[in-house]
Every structure is written in C-alpha cells, then in structure tokens.
Design a protein around this ligand. Structure first.
Ligand code: MCA
Ligand code: AMP
Length: 522
C-alpha cells in the first residue's frame, strides 16, 4: 500500500470524509427542501448498512455498482456505501433511455444495478441480459428494495482499506468519436481534489469561530459537479447541505439567507437572475458563489455582481480530472476575473501547446494539457483510446483550446473536440448525427451548437435527404426523442440540399454555426 500522504487514512475516500465529520454526530448534516433532516450519524449508519448489503452479495473486488435513480439523500448514501465497501460507483444520467443505458451496462458490466421502480420494467431486463446479477430499486420517497434489504443489515461497518489507485468511480463521457468512454477515477484522484478545494475555497469547519458552511445543493448527482465537487466539499469540511431534489430558482433564492455557499452551472445563475427575490439582502449570509461546467458569460458575471454584490468564482474541470483550475477565493491570491477560469489548482500542472507540440507563449492560443494527482487513470477497457489522449510525458489532452495570460490566468476560448455543452450537460454531435443518419431517407447530417439565452448553447441539426426522398425536420426530432436523452435533442432541425464542405471534403461546422447563430435571439 503506497503512502498517499493521507495522514493515516486507509486511502479510502470515505474514511477521509468521515474523519472530517463533526464530533457531534447528532448535528444535522443534510436538510431537504421537504423539511426532512439527516444527522451525520444517519449518513454514517445508513451508508454502513448499505455497504454491508453490498458486501453480503459476495461481489468481486472492483465490482461496479450502476445507479440510475432520481436525486435523493438515500442515493447519496448509496454512493458513500459504495465507496466505503470498496466498490466502483457508476452514476447514470436519469434522462438516459434504453439504448443508452444498454451501452453503459454492456461496457461496464456492473454486478449491481440500482434503478427507480418506475424504470425497473425496462432496466432490469437490460441489466440481467448483460450479466448483472443483482437489481434493486430506489425511489426518491425513501422506498425501494435497496432500502428494504439494507434495513436488515448491521449499521456497523469497517471501511474497506483501499490503495490510492483503486477505482472509486467510473463516469461516462464521450469524445469526438463514437460512443461514451468510462473515465476511471481513483480514490486518490477524488480525495486529492477534495482536499485541495477544501483549502482553496476556504471551506469553514465546525471548529471555525463562525461554524461550518451551509451549502445549497441543487445539482444532479450523476455528474462530477454535483456528485464530487459539491458533496465532497460539504462532507470533508463537516458542513451542512440544504438539499434540493431538483433546481428551482425561486427555492434556491428563498434559501440563500440560510446558506453560505452555492455552486452551479451558468444556466442556474441565469435563471436565478430572473428572480426578483435575488437581492443583496437575500445574499447577506452568502460567502461564495461558484460556477463551472460550461462558460460563464461575462454578462452573467457582471450582472450577478451588480445585483448581489458577489463576484462569482469561476472554475474549470472535467469528468476525467475533477477540478483543474479556479479563480482565487481570497483577495490575497488575486482578483476573480470574469471570462477566465483562474489559476491551475495546487498540484495541477497545466500547459498550452500548439498542434506542433511546442509550448505556447503567454497569451498565445493552443491546446490545454494537464497533469496532477486528480487526473484519471484512463478509460475503462479502452487502453488504445487512453493512450491517444495522453502525451508521451504523461499530460492529459483536455480537448480544450485556451491560453494563459500575462497574470497567469487561464482562459478557455474554445474546444478542439466536437462538443456542445447545453445547460451544463455535454452533448456529442457525433452521437446524434449517427442516430439521424440511420433514419430512412437520410443521406447525411451535421449537428452544431448555437448560442442560447438559457442553456448557453444548444444543438441544431442540419440534414440532407437521399435523392428522391423527402424529409421533415420535426419528424426527425420526434424520432430522436424516442432514442436519446431529452437534453440531447436538437432544438431545431433543418433539411437542406447539401452540407457546406471545405476542399478536403470536411463538413464546415463553423459555417453552419455562423449561419444559425442568431436562431435563439439573446
Ligand atoms: C433540460 N432540458 C435541456 C437541458 N435540461 N435541454 C438542453 N440542455 C439541458 N441541459 C430540456 C428538457 O429536454 C426538456 O425539454 C425541458 O428542458 C425541461 O426539462 P427539465 O429537466 O425540466 O429541465 P430543467 O429542470 O429546467 O433542467 C435544466 C437544468 C439541468 C436545471 C439546467 O439541465 C441541470 O441541472 N443541469 C446541470 C448539469 C450538470 O450538473 N452539469 C455538470 C456536469 P422537452 O420538454 O422538450 O423534453 S460535470 C462537468 O461538466 C465538469 C466535470 C465540471 O466542470 O463540473
Ligand atoms: P465533462 O465532459 O462533463 O467532463 O465536461 C468537461 C468540459 O466542460 C471541459 O472539457 C470544458 O470544455 C467544459 N468546462 C468545464 N468547466 C468550464 C468552464 N468554467 N468554462 C468553460 N468550459 C468549461
């Protein structure tokens, strides 16, 4: 077992989080928007019971626990149970439908699948058909077979000792080509990032004179932002969470007076700005607003500061790396500069290189490459793809295009990967183009991102019919809705005679973006 410098922790991420729980375990750890409260002891005992359930199944080490359930505190307990039992957590977006879920299950081969009872009728056969031996249900009203069985298990559990490079989670993220890839994140990847952010963002603890922080958690917990950055931040600092099952701008604004920290994707900030209840007064208790997962428009940054007096702290991360850079928290480190994603976090090495592999100069735009203890160990069962995305000297190629300015601030100016980030969710054009191209009468298609006042960026499809065939854009969209998660569906679909191509025959997506950029007037 390598010494990961976790000061005696077993290397298990859960052990490190648990070591930071308040001494008074009866204190409230999570308060839901329905008035339910969970103590720190509840989190520890319930995750112990579920961990004992998992360990009683006789799973092999490294077994994957796939989870596609609505957001709930019990779903978070299942995540903590998976960590403490030493298995690999595989969260799936609740919007994913049949074919998408089938791909993830066949690729990851989970030993356990936990789904909502509403979806069990179609999820269970897919899972058992792919060799999953155990299927449980978990609903957001604290019912389901998982909790029924766990209720019979002991609430005493010894956290499994893990090595730093043991897997803690697999998060699927797609690239420019083909299907999703499972980013393998280890206990050290996640713990190192949680510890750095705890310090960097000034998380308050129960020992602080003003007491611990209070985080409003309004993000989904099947992605890095809500599952790791938000939950780990609160747990590793012994801070309370006000837990919203789904984002509701009015509810968040109403509860700001009870909180100190909020984090969200830019769309959440845009929607809260539309709430007249968002005032300086409402934010008088707040210490920190964090944004990330997608570009925060300078207009949003400026309007937020004007309205609330708070300067949003923007940070940059990836599923493969958790957080990479952050604007400074304390003025001593520097100012928070809108339009930038701040400085590389302690321990993170970031460089900008040209296509020729040469290091770019200050302010020179190039490809962002990173390394650090938070950078993932590779894509699940895709060694070749993994090798392609790391340089010979071990830097991960983010696929983001940017620069470092004269004061050391990192700017993200674009992406070399064909990716649309819509309301904070990643949408991969190639996945949608493939689905459209399979439809009868379609010769070819292109999906591009265009600006959108709410989601920041949304997908638009441009389709060419086969000779003699006639196509209807709305019919194509309706057909897509039966196959893909709702957030991936292009907001418009145009049928054209031909796609613009350059001399190399490559579709000129930049031209299509330019043509349709005014579609959703700002
Ligand atoms: C919902 N819709 C969307 C999106 N969400 N369309 C495009 N993009 C979206 N993100 C559509 C639905 O298809 C539906 O359309 C209609 O909006 C209403 O659906 P609903 O689910 O009610 O929408 P909502 O509740 O308004 O959700 C918007 C949202 C949600 C709250 C912004 O998208 C969200 O929570 N986003 C956060 C994503 C996130 O956590 N990102 C972090 C990734 P129709 O009726 O036609 O079906 S982690 C990451 O990126 C890295 C690692 C990092 O740095 O953090
Ligand atoms: P994901 O696929 O969820 O890992 O999304 C990671 C991608 O989100 C990054 O590669 C960036 O393209 C984008 N991203 C994350 N944070 C920011 C940010 N603050 N500004 C711009 N893009 C961001």
């Amino acid at each position: 077992m390598t010494d990961s410098g976790n000061h005696g922790h077993s290397g298990n991420l859960y052990a490190a989080l648990r070591a930071n729980f308040p001494s008074d375990l009866s204190a409230v750890a999570v308060e839901t928007d329905h008035g339910l409260s969970y103590s720190w002891s509840d989190l520890d005992r319930a995750s112990a019971m579920i961990a004992n359930l998992l360990q009683a199944l006789g799973l092999e080490p490294g077994a994957r626990i796939a989870v596609q359930v609505e957001k709930s505190v019990e779903a978070m307990m299942l995540y903590l149970a998976t960590l403490r039992a030493g298995y690999v957590f595989l969260p799936l977006n609740t919007a994913y439908r049949g074919a998408e879920v089938e791909y993830f299950i066949r690729n990851a081969e989970p030993a356990v699948m936990v789904c909502s009872s509403a979806n069990a009728a179609w999820v269970a056969p897919i899972a058992t058909g792919a060799g999953t031996r155990h299927v449980f249900t978990l609903d957001d009203d604290r019912t389901g077979t998982l909790l029924e069985v766990a209720a019979q298990c002991s609430d005493r559990h010894v956290v499994a000792a893990m090595r730093d490079d043991d897997l803690a989670a697999i998060l699927y993220t797609s690239g420019t080509t083909g299907r999703s890839k499972g980013a393998m994140l280890t206990h050290r990847n996640l713990l190192s990032n949680a510890e750095v952010l705890k310090d960097y963002w000034g998380w308050r603890t129960p020992g602080d004179p003003e007491g611990p922080d209070v985080l409003i958690h309004a993000l989904p917990i099947f992605h890095v932002h809500g599952l790791f950055v938000a939950i780990h931040g609160a747990l590793i600092s012994g801070s309370k969470m006000i837990w919203l099952d789904r984002f509701d701008p009015k509810r968040v604004v109403e509860r700001l007076t009870e909180a100190t920290v909020f984090m969200g994707v830019p769309t959440l900030y845009v929607r809260m700005l539309a709430e007249e209840g968002l005032t300086r007064e409402a934010c008088r208790q707040m210490r920190l607003f964090i944004a990330g997962s997608a570009p925060l428009l300078i207009e949003t940054f400026d309007e937020w500061r004007e309205r609330t007096g708070h300067t949003i702290l923007e940070r940059y991360g990836m599923s493969e790396t958790a957080m990479l850079t952050s604007n400074p928290y304390s003025p001593v480190q520097g100012e928070r500069r809108g339009g930038t994603v701040g400085f590389p976090l302690p321990g993170v090495q970031l460089r900008v290189r040209g296509d020729d592999g040469r290091d770019c100069l200050t302010d020179e735009i190039g490809n962002i490459e990173v390394s650090g203890p938070n950078v993932f160990v590779g894509y699940w069962r895709m060694p070749e793809k993994t090798a392609e995305e790391f340089t010979a000297d071990g830097f991960f190629k983010t696929g983001d295009v940017g620069k470092v300015d004269g004061r050391g601030y990192v700017h993200i100016v674009g992406r070399s990967k064909d990716l649309i980030i819509s309301g904070g969710y990643n949408v991969y054009p190639v996945e949608i183009e493939d689905a459209i191209n399979q439809m009868p009468g379609v010769a070819e298609s292109a999906v591009v991102g265009v600006p959108h006042p709410d989601f920041g960026e949304v997908g638009v499809a441009v389709v060419v019919a086969k000779a003699g065939a006639t196509l209807d854009g709305d019919a194509i969209v309706s057909e897509l809705k039966t196959r893909l998660a709702n957030f991936k569906i292009p907001k418009r679909c145009f049928v054209v005679d031909a796609l613009p191509r350059n001399t190399m025959g490559k579709v000129q997506k930049a031209l299509l973006r330019e043509t349709h950029k005014g579609l959703f007037a700002y």
